[in-house]
Design a protein around this ligand. Structure first.
Ligand SMILES: [Ca+2]
Ligand SMILES: [Ca+2]
Length: 743
């Protein structure tokens, strides 16, 4: 009997309404019949009562029947609506929706009571309730399995014996003393009827295998000698419970036996315990990072279901069945938002995994996790025009000039977006910015000074893969230099504007490519600006727009004095200085008796050249430029000075072995001139380029006129330091040195 809800459904107006112990049928507004239920008796084998609350808008709530199982033969539900809630409408508007598990699309309705009945072959499936109303509904239930007829079985002489109409507790076992352990155990499986009379015995030792046929509610027991015994139960629930009971005894029959009551139904699913240390990414969520220690692009690594089970699960323990092999847990893998199931994971992504395991009594445990597989860091996309070096201006690029340049300002100016293949878009604000000054100040939070800064961007995905980018930030504006300050001019800076505030007689320091220079104020009345190139003569600026150029590490800078008052000046990087590269020499060597020269390269390391002589005063060496590159077009003569040599003394070179060598070899050469050459006051030689674009290094002492440096085998041994000033068409100067090491 199925009672329709008391909501009037067109076109019928017939309803049955329960009131106290009566069911009242109405047709239209008039009561036409009454059925008194008092005195009705229904026999039952087992019953279960339950109470649950359906909150407003609750959907798909199953009613649990406890130990009775999923499908029953009698169900009575009473619905009480929360009439204390002002939203609770008049009685006729109140109902709940329900459907059967085997037909979820057919929605049915119930008002105050729902009474459903069935029998052993037509049982009531599990029902699910939904509460469409805005008020709470209390559901009270009485569930029962009604009394059934006794078991029946076929002729025991048959090859296949079939016993039907079984409840799980029709299966018991004998009780035998295990005298060794002083406990009770069992030797025989028994089937008893409703009167507890044993109908069939079977030694446990004769059981060969038990096969389960769920659709027929059957356990098929193959025996070693007596053929097949088919146990057909009244429901799937009874079959599962019966199977659970038999296996429980078989596991340890010397110590276990079955009564009708014990062990009771197994209603507790297995417990899956996770490995220690396996924690969700965020507390309270089911999102886990799966550790990846592979290169997902090149390794071709596949994460298998067993990998995942071993990673997550420590043990699976069932109250009845004991420990279950964790690899028996069924695992469903789907990429999040995808339908198809996967046999393994081969690429980064977010995956839904569902673990399910049932005990023999078919109580199922389900665990549902999202795992993140991610071995690749996020990618920062920078704005158009932002390269390895970018510029910021104080105050144009600042949100708040009083705060200087902040990490937020840098992100706003340079970063377009952050994207991770697994996490998706990451907020730009998640980027960490580390600011170090070029001069070595680290961890700057606010940049108030123009200059060059090294910026490190780093951002992490949820799997802690970190992406890191380095850039150089050039900040423009006016740099205030106070007395005693040191300012470092960055390698990528092309210009800097400075204002020196110190009193007359004080200085500050500017570092350019590791060379330090003093700037400062001198004079009284009108204060002048000085530029003291370390180791050289200072330059005093007295006129606005006056400028000098300096060369540091092959780069030309112009220093311009911009005015008094606050002593304004500018440092501007002009261009690469005139310079040689790849300067190499070779020697042309001839014995006195030889008819011609033999040549060989002179080994060099940087600008140091090692020349080995043979000590013979009559043998001759000509040192000739083998190759050199010049970073300008055209080259004119430039003098080469002998800066120093081993054994040189101050004041005069007379008496040194080198002086004596030249006087001996070239007796007509003016000795005063020779002394000045060896002191570096007069050029030792000259560099020039001949018509064939070939570079010549000609010494000015020898009279051989060979356009080379000429020395005999007995030339004094030692180090010879030469210096040449390269001057280009603009007058920019770069000083190069090279060393001949004479062995
Ligand atoms: Ca269990
Ligand atoms: Ca990632």
């Amino acid at each position: 009997m199925i009672i329709q809800p008391n909501k009037l459904l067109a076109p019928t107006s017939r309803i049955v309404r329960f009131y106290n112990c009566s069911a009242i049928c109405t047709e239209g507004p008039n009561i036409i019949g009454k059925l008194n239920l008092s005195g009705v008796q229904i026999q039952y084998e087992s019953q279960f009562t339950t109470r649950m609350v359906l909150n407003p808008d609750a959907t798909d709530q199953p009613i649990y029947y406890g130990f009775i199982g999923e499908d029953v033969t009698f169900l009575l539900l009473k619905f009480t609506y929360d009439e204390t809630n002002p939203a609770c409408q008049i009685e006729e508007e109140q109902y709940v929706e329900y459907y059967f598990k085997d037909n979820p699309t057919e929605i049915k309705y119930a008002g105050k009571l729902l009474l459903l009945t069935g029998n052993s072959t037509h049982r009531i499936p599990q029902i699910f309730l939904s509460n469409p109303s805005p008020t709470k509904v209390i559901v009270e239930g009485l569930v029962a399995n009604l009394a059934q007829s006794d078991i029946s079985y076929s002729d025991l002489d048959d090859e296949i014996v079939t016993i039907t109409n079984l409840y799980s507790n029709n299966i018991t076992s004998d009780k035998a003393w295990n005298y060794t352990d002083l406990v009770s155990g069992s030797t025989q499986l028994q089937i008893v009827n409703v009167d507890d009379v044993v109908q069939l015995y079977l030694n446990y030792s004769e059981i060969d295998a038990i096969e389960r046929k769920e659709e027929d509610f059957e356990l098929v027991i193959s025996t070693k000698i007596d053929g097949v015994i088919v146990l057909r139960f009244l429901s799937a629930f009874e079959m599962y419970q019966g199977h659970s009971r038999i296996i429980w005894v078989l596991e340890d029959s010397p110590h276990r036996y079955l009564t009708k009551e014990l062990p009771n139904s197994d209603l507790i699913p297995p417990v899956i315990t996770l490995n220690s240390g396996v924690e969700p990414l965020y507390p309270g969520t089911n999102i886990y990072l799966y550790p990846v220690t592979r290169d997902p692009v090149t390794s071709g690594f596949t994460i298998t279901p067993d990998d995942i089970l071993n990673y997550f699960i420590d043990t699976v323990i069932d109250n009845r069945d004991g420990e279950i092999d964790k690899l028996d847990v069924a695992l469903t893998i789907r990429e999040v938002n995808h339908l198809e199931t996967l046999t393994g994971i081969t690429s980064d992504g977010n995956y839904d995994i569902i673990m399910s395991i049932a005990d023999i009594a078919n109580n199922q445990s389900i665990a549902d996790y999202v795992i993140i597989i991610d071995g690749v860091p996020p990618v920062i996309t920078f704005k158009a025009g932002i390269g390895d070096i970018f510029e910021m201006n104080i105050p144009d690029d600042l949100k708040d000039p009083t705060q200087g340049i902040t990490p937020d300002d840098i992100i706003l100016k340079t970063v377009d977006s952050v994207y991770d293949a697994v996490d998706g878009t990451i907020p730009n604000s998640d980027i960490d910015i580390l600011i170090n000054s070029y001069s070595g100040v680290t961890g700057i939070t606010n940049v108030y000074e123009p200059g060059q800064y090294e910026i490190t961007y780093s951002v992490s995905d949820r799997a802690s893969n970190i992406a890191s980018y380095d850039k150089t930030m050039i900040v423009s504006g006016l740099t205030i230099l106070n007395s005693g300050d040191t300012y470092t001019f960055g390698s990528f800076m092309v210009a800097g504007n400075f204002q020196y505030t110190g009193e007359s007689g004080t200085t500050a320091t500017i570092d350019i490519s590791g060379e330090t220079f003093l700037v400062g104020a001198v004079g009284t009345g009108i204060t002048y600006f000085i530029w003291d190139i370390s180791g050289s003569t200072e330059h005093t600026f007295t006129t606005i727009d006056e400028s000098i150029t300096i060369t540091v590490n092959n780069t030309v800078y112009t220093i311009t004095f911009n005015g008094w008052g606050s002593l304004l000046f500018t440092i501007e990087k002009i261009e690469a200085a005139p310079t040689f590269s790849d300067l190499t020499f070779y020697q042309a060597y001839k014995e006195d008796s030889a008819s011609g020269y033999t040549t060989s390269d002179i080994p060099n390391t940087g600008y140091s050249y090692s020349i080995t002589l043979d000590d013979d005063s009559s043998s001759l060496y000509n040192i000739i430029i083998n190759d050199v590159s010049y970073n300008r077009t055209g080259f004119t003569n430039t003098p080469v000075y002998l800066e120093s040599f081993s054994g040189k003394t101050t004041g005069t070179t007379s008496g040194t072995s080198l002086y004596d060598y030249y006087v001996d070899r070239y007796p007509t050469f003016n000795t005063t001139t020779l002394d000045n050459i060896l002191l570096g006051n007069i050029a030792f030689g000259e560099l020039f380029e001949n018509e064939n674009d070939k570079f010549i290094f000609n010494d000015l002492i020898s009279d051989d006129n060979l356009y080379s440096v000429v020395m005999a085998g007995n030339y004094p041994k030692g180090d010879y330091n030469f210096k040449v000033d390269l001057i280009d068409d603009n007058g920019y100067i770069n000083t190069l040195t090279f060393i001949f090491i004479i062995n």
